[in-house]
Design a protein around this ligand. Structure first.
Ligand SMILES: Nc1ncnc2c1ncn2[C@@H]1O[C@H](COP(=O)(O)OP(=O)(O)OP(=O)(O)O)[C@@H](O)[C@H]1O
Ligand SMILES: [Mg+2]
Length: 411
């Protein structure tokens, strides 16, 4: 890569985990990962900020290591937003652009976007993005990019991503609490799609599913465009809770069982023997068949929900490129085998596209959202290279009484 032009930062604020990726962006647009980290989050419910200090402290603590690693001070980022309130709707707009020999300008494109959304999105919703699907110029439809074309009447069909305004405002406040300005909020699954899907998949038709801790999100792409987004308020942590309740064990042991043993036999054959966990020199044995039944019951609920989303979007069994799984839940053993049967589609585990630098360690399905956010920031925005000012960097390790406490007094 030649000279560094700017830095791009992706910040994934998940219900259970916060993750960040910092990359340098060369003048030629090439990215190189220079910092990343993950850490536990708190104060979130089903993808939504439930209190401001929890996520602010978690982000602040996690970013300390990212800044040490990259030597870059994170002041702004592309940030993930999640939860069942996140929606993708269709909108249409039309404007007159003037004389017949008028060439369509950037201004016209901005105006027709405005015309498509103004008054069509409820006041309590925040528009996150307007993604043009196609334009019609003087009655001729199917135009992808009308810039510079000649015409007098411009129409737009677009996908509009929106979120409940209080939820997006609270997320912004939470990141501000860690002294990070959210430049743009992007639905987690849409960001993940950017990191793992190929142009060919998005052209032919593909679904991406983010199996998070407390949410499961679906996004569908066809003809290169986002067609549908749906978020279910259930995720991989529900499996842990089920195991804890049914087996009368604490969630730590339940999590251990889930990670190391469970899905092995989801492929079908009757599991045998026990799962043995060692704790404080004690041996705890659990029936493999019983464990697998608990996990399968919850997975079947999650995948029924996904199938309903695919049906609602009219893409059920109509996805030539199949389904790509990302998020921490995509690491469940044999989840691909299970998903293939449940969705009757080909399944891949989505790993973020290869970027240069220290990217090896983040080529994991749970990093898809953070990587995708950094890629979007690199393409659309990015922070200029700045001088480091020690006093502001994220090293407070979330000291309650410090900067955060003072910050939240403002609210
Ligand atoms: N190796 C593994 N095997 C099974 N499950 C795993 C594994 N690693 C992580 N998980 C599960 O992934 C989940 C966390 O996923 P992730 O970090 O993507 O969630 P999140 O982004 O914090 O949540 P959400 O997207 O719902 O807001 C946890 O339930 C965890 O148990
Ligand atoms: Mg997530």
């Amino acid at each position: 890569m030649d000279e560094i032009a700017k830095f791009a930062v992706g910040l994934d604020v998940g219900t259970e985990n916060v993750r960040a990726v910092v990359a340098t962006v060369g003048k030629d647009g090439s990215m190189s990962v220079v910092g990343y980290n993950e850490g536990p989050n708190s104060g979130m419910r089903k993808g939504v900020v439930a209190n401001l200090t929890g996520p602010a402290e978690s982000i602040d603590r996690m970013l300390g290591e990212v800044e040490r690693m990259s030597g870059f001070e994170v002041n702004s980022a592309y940030v993930s937003i999640n939860g069942a309130h996140v929606m993708c709707t269709r909108a249409e707009g039309m404007i007159a652009v003037g004389a017949e020999d008028h060439e369509i300008s950037d201004d016209d494109l901005a105006r027709v976007e405005q015309a498509a959304v103004v008054g069509r999105v409820p006041a309590n919703r925040d528009i996150l993005d307007v993604l043009p699907l196609s334009y019609t110029l003087d009655g001729q439809g199917g135009i992808k990019d009308p810039l510079g074309m000649t015409g007098s009447r411009l129409e737009l069909k677009a996908s509009v991503l929106s979120a409940l305004a209080p939820n997006s405002l609270n997320l912004r406040k939470a990141t501000e609490g860690a002294r990070v300005t959210a430049e743009k909020l992007v639905p987690s699954v849409v960001a993940a799609a950017r990191a793992v899907l190929t142009e060919k998949q998005m052209e032919n038709g593909v679904a991406i599913i983010d199996l998070g801790s407390a949410t499961t999100s679906v996004a569908i792409y066809e003809e290169g465009d986002l067609q549908y987004v749906g978020v279910l308020p259930v995720g991989a942590h529900n499996i842990t809770n089920d195991l804890a309740i049914m087996l009368k064990i604490d969630t730590e042991i339940a999590e251990d069982i889930k990670h190391r043993f469970v899905a092995k036999n989801l492929a079908g054959e009757e599991p045998e023997g026990d799962i043995v966990i060692r704790r404080n020199r004690e041996e705890l044995a659990f029936s493999r068949a019983e464990v697998n039944q608990i996990v399968e019951d919850r997975l079947s609920e999650i995948f029924d929900g996904i199938r309903k989303e695919l049906k609602a979007a009219k893409y059920d069994r109509r996805l030539p490129e199949g389904v790509v799984l990302v998020g921490g839940g995509a690491k469940l053993k044999d989840i691909a085998v299970y998903a293939r049967e449940a969705l009757e589609a080909s399944i891949k585990i989505g790993l973020p596209k290869k970027l240069g630098g220290v990217a090896d360690a983040i080529e994991k399905p749970e990093y898809a959202t953070a990587v995708g956010l950094a890629m979007m920031a690199a393409a659309e925005s990015g922070q200029a290279v700045q001088a480091k000012t020690k006093s502001k960097s994220h090293k407070s390790a979330g000291k309650k009484s410090g900067v955060l406490g003072k910050f939240f007094k403002k609210f």
